[in-house]
Design a binder for this molecule. Structure first.
Ligand SMILES: [Zn+2]
Length: 887
């Protein structure tokens, strides 16, 4: 079918427009219609329409209760007569090529008994595009078409009032009481023509594109690498990627990279064993830093030569390949995480790694996250492992396991207890992501889970081993029954996780209840009770070859830390320090920012290995990490105090604890600079990682409309054409090439409109490419009535099927100056482009096809007298590869 308006005559459309815009007005036959020198005067019903160069400019309303009687045309003069109960009028138009004069003399039947108002003239607002609104009798303005002058007044009229109405700017003349004859006068001067379309310079060009859509890392490198500089030329990944692995221990890292390149970037990855004595092919190489490649890398950048600490790696990218030279298995894995952040999609749709020389290693060997498991852990913590923690190079996961479904002790189960197999699966996911799991079973203190006293409920089980049965919180360390239970649980934990370390808790012993008050413990110094318990547990664990970790707060005097120092007077738990085996790792937690963090040194001096531990305060994460590094800590642990049945709502209820992971990861890896000075929002980074990709990777095609674009967009607001530049742009992670000329001026394919001379009725784009979805960047030049069909797309598909999509004003499209929302959910704002004369609004309209279809042709057509459909860019996407790789 042809365009909607194509078969309708011009005058018919003028009337149709007027009819559709003037509510309640009947369309009547034109009773008078004359043209001269580009002007046209039409009388239809009780309206006089003045048009010039096809565009209707003015609608004039005769005085009330009068009707058209006769019209006369003589040379450049038109005379109209109106007559009726309201009196009689004589209208005389004088016409020259660029100007029109109208004088009216209207005689009332009797002198007016009150003031008279005549809503005489309504001006098409499109005529005023680019200029300010009229307010006085004289309006002279520089519009997008050129200079326009309009004066509306009359001898004897008191004033001219302008008002915006639904169909345009209306001038109302007001006359004083007693007047008998109303004189009205109008003068309009217009430019010699409206807009003029440029001739086409060729045909639209269809470009098949390897990746027309995809989501790449557009955040800073996280955690901050220790050293890097950008190189000159990137490495381009074709559709086929070769990954060469020089060492079997690097295979997990290589597999991880392969899975990522396949799922995230649609690459076909070949993994091949390779040794440094074989010729080097173009691709991604994973090799030990101690290999001949190191010399070749060092020849390019000497910083890549020095030996690497554990977990270190160097990474280079150049047109020949990406070389990852790692100190060990961990270094290779972290290098792959960095490579994932470096991959970048160019605006030509090419996947590249920018040229780079990078040397990196962690400042702390231990970079942990602490969590409390509950039944929601698989969803929450499983995703955190894969989306947040491992990508940010955390390598330890301390899992607090109060609430497992213990085999031998079902009396401890809570509704939120996690089945052991689910906890094991979580460990498998952590290990697959290079994170070591360290179980934490609170012992001695914080033993609510042993008594069922969680959430403030009274003890319901194992009360016999509670040190204070009235506040069941600590167990009695002088009771065999205690250790039967605790060793049962430890045994289950060790069997389940087979860990290298286990964390035994032991914090805040005096928080609840009366510790050391039972009949067996009375009289013993509390620090000795404490130490004896630690020793006993430690012996149990050591016999099984498991290292011990414990919280440090009970072992600190208040003068040794600014917070979490609970070992001072009167009970002096700190004295237990001398009684404990030195191979216990002290997990030294401080959650408040402090001017100094002396505690790490205190423990180090006594021969303990120390892990600094932080929570949600970001300044504390930075300050404590730096102090812990200076004092020789093994590492840092970031705690998360959700769990106990509330992990399900944790993201919503405790967002700060999740944002803190980002700063902690950054700071634990690279302690010297503050992560807080890098300028990112921790929460928004967290959200981005947690959410994961929002669009799938897609191949497709881009239509470059530049050769047929015929109108600079800036002209539509009266700005200089150079004010808007056409270039490649992303919308919704999808790539578009906006039409532009050689100078970069942003243009559109503009279709026929009365305001644009020389524009085509339609354009046909020969596509011949498969697509599952098309996105058009479009608009109209001018506003049209809501729901008016302004044009459309007609798609011809492979089997001859035709899909027609009419564009309704207000649903799928609006004018460049109209920023009101669109009613079709497939349409949404793409860009707002600003010029000194106002903004241009472009819409993205996405049209899904039924499955993948070859689109043979797109016809873009006009269907409205004024609207002027504009097309700026077209992109098609398909899930299948469309680019054939050169062999
Ligand atoms: Zn006791």
């Amino acid at each position: 079918m042809r365009g909607y308006g194509a078969e309708v005559s011009t005058i018919g459309l003028v009337l149709l427009l007027l009819a559709s815009t003037m509510k309640g007005q009947e369309v009547s036959e034109a009773v008078f219609d004359r043209q001269w020198g580009g002007w046209r005067i039409t009388v239809a019903g009780d309206r006089v329409v003045v048009s010039c160069h096809q565009a209707s400019l003015l609608v004039l309303t005769p005085f009330k209760d009068t009707s058209f009687r006769s019209g006369q045309w003589q040379g450049s003069t038109v005379t109209l007569r109106f007559q009726g109960n309201g009196g009689e009028s004589l209208w005389i138009f004088g016409i020259t090529p660029n100007a029109l004069n109208l004088v009216v003399q209207h005689t009332l039947p009797t002198p007016a008994s009150s003031t008279v108002s005549w809503r005489w003239v309504t001006v098409n607002p499109n005529l005023m595009r680019g200029a300010s609104a009229p307010s006085k009798e004289e309006w002279i303005a520089s519009t997008i078409f050129g200079s326009v002058a309009l004066s509306v007044g009359g001898a004897g009229a008191q004033k001219t009032q302008w008002r915006r109405t639904e169909i345009g700017w209306r001038a109302e003349l007001v006359y004083p009481q007693g007047v008998n004859v109303l004189y009205a006068q109008l003068e309009l001067r217009v430019p010699p023509h409206w807009l003029v379309a440029e001739p086409p310079r060729g045909d639209a060009v269809i470009h098949p594109i390897d990746l027309v859509q995809g989501e790449f890392w557009d955040l800073p490198l996280l955690p901050r690498p220790q050293w890097w500089r950008w190189g000159d030329a990137p490495f381009r990944l074709g559709r086929q990627v070769l990954v060469l692995v020089a060492n079997d221990t690097f295979r997990p890292a290589a597999e991880h990279l392969r899975a990522y390149l396949q799922s995230h970037w649609l690459r076909q990855v070949t993994l091949r064993a390779w040794s440094p004595d074989m010729p080097l092919e173009r691709g991604i190489v994973l090799a030990p830093h101690r290999s001949p490649l190191r010399e070749r890398a060092a020849a390019l950048e000497p910083m890549l030569k020095p030996d690497l600490p554990p977990e270190g790696y160097v990474l280079t990218a150049s047109p020949e390949g990406v070389w990852i030279l790692a100190a060990d298995k961990d270094g290779a894995f972290w290098a792959v995480q960095t490579l994932k952040q470096l991959l970048y999609l160019t605006d030509d749709g090419a996947l590249i790694v920018p040229g780079i020389f990078l040397r990196d290693f962690p400042d702390f060997p231990f970079r942990g996250v602490h969590i409390v498991l509950d039944d929601y852990s698989p969803e929450l913590h499983g995703r955190l492992i894969e989306q947040v923690w491992a990508p940010l190079k955390f390598n330890k996961l301390v899992m607090q396991v109060d609430h497992l479904k213990w085999e031998r002790h079902p009396e401890l189960w809570q509704p939120w207890s996690l089945p052991k197999e689910a906890a094991k699966e979580l460990q498998r996911r952590a290990e697959a992501n290079n994170m070591e799991v360290i179980p934490l079973l609170p012992t001695l203190s914080h033993c609510e889970y042993l008594f069922g006293t969680v959430a403030g409920r009274p003890a319901r089980t194992n009360v016999d081993i509670a040190e204070d049965p009235d506040a069941a919180y600590a167990y009695c360390p002088n009771l065999e029954r205690t250790y039967q239970l605790v060793f049962d649980l430890l045994d289950e934990v060790l069997t389940l996780f087979n860990p290298r370390f286990l964390h035994i808790g032991h914090d805040e012993v005096l928080n609840r209840g009366r510790f050391g008050s039972c009949i067996r413990c009375q009289g013993m110094p509390l620090h000795q009770l404490f130490a004896a318990d630690v020793q006993r547990l430690s012996e149990f664990l050591k016999k099984r070859g498991v290292g011990v970790m414990m919280w440090g707060d009970m072992l600190l005097r208040p003068d040794e830390a600014f917070d979490a120092a609970h070992g001072g007077e009167p009970h002096n738990f700190w004295r237990a320090r001398t009684l404990l085996p030195r191979d216990i790792v002290i997990v030294d937690w401080h959650y408040q920012p402090a001017p100094r963090y002396p505690s790490v040194k205190v423990f180090r001096k006594e021969g303990f290995t120390v892990i600094g531990t932080t929570w949600r305060n970001l300044d504390n994460i930075v300050g404590f990490s730096q102090a812990a590094k200076a004092a020789g800590a093994w590492g840092m642990l970031q705690t998360t105090w959700t769990g106990f049945g509330n992990n399900r709502n944790a993201l919503k209820d405790f967002p700060d604890q999740f944002a803190a992971y980002i700063v902690a990861a950054d700071q634990f890896w690279s302690t010297s600079a503050s992560a807080l000075s890098r300028g990112y929002s921790a929460w928004s980074v967290f959200e981005t990682l947690w959410r994961g990709p929002t669009v799938p990777p897609m191949s497709g095609f881009i239509v470059d409309l530049s050769p047929i674009a015929n109108l600079p967009l800036a002209k539509l607001v009266g700005a200089s054409p150079q004010h808007l530049r056409g270039h490649k742009r992303w919308w919704n992670r999808r790539l578009f090439w906006l039409a532009a000329d050689e100078e970069g001026t942003l243009k559109a394919v503009a279709l026929r409109s009365v305001w644009l001379a020389g524009a085509p009725e339609e354009v046909r784009l020969p596509i011949e490419e498969p697509a599952t979805e098309l996105t058009f960047i479009h608009a109209t030049g001018f506003a049209a009535p809501e729901e008016a069909i302004v044009g459309g797309y007609e798609l011809r598909l492979e089997d001859g099927e035709t899909v027609t999509v009419p564009l309704y004003y207000g649903r799928q499209v609006r004018a460049v100056t109209d920023e009101r929302p669109l009613r079709d959910p497939r349409a949404s704002p793409a860009w707002r482009l600003t010029t000194p004369k106002g903004s241009i609004h472009l819409t993205a309209f996405t049209l899904p096809l039924e499955g993948e279809r070859v689109v043979r042709q797109i016809r873009f057509y006009a269907a409205h007298e004024e609207a002027m459909p504009l097309l700026v860019a077209v992109t098609g996407v398909t899930a299948k590869p469309v680019v054939k790789e050169a062999p």
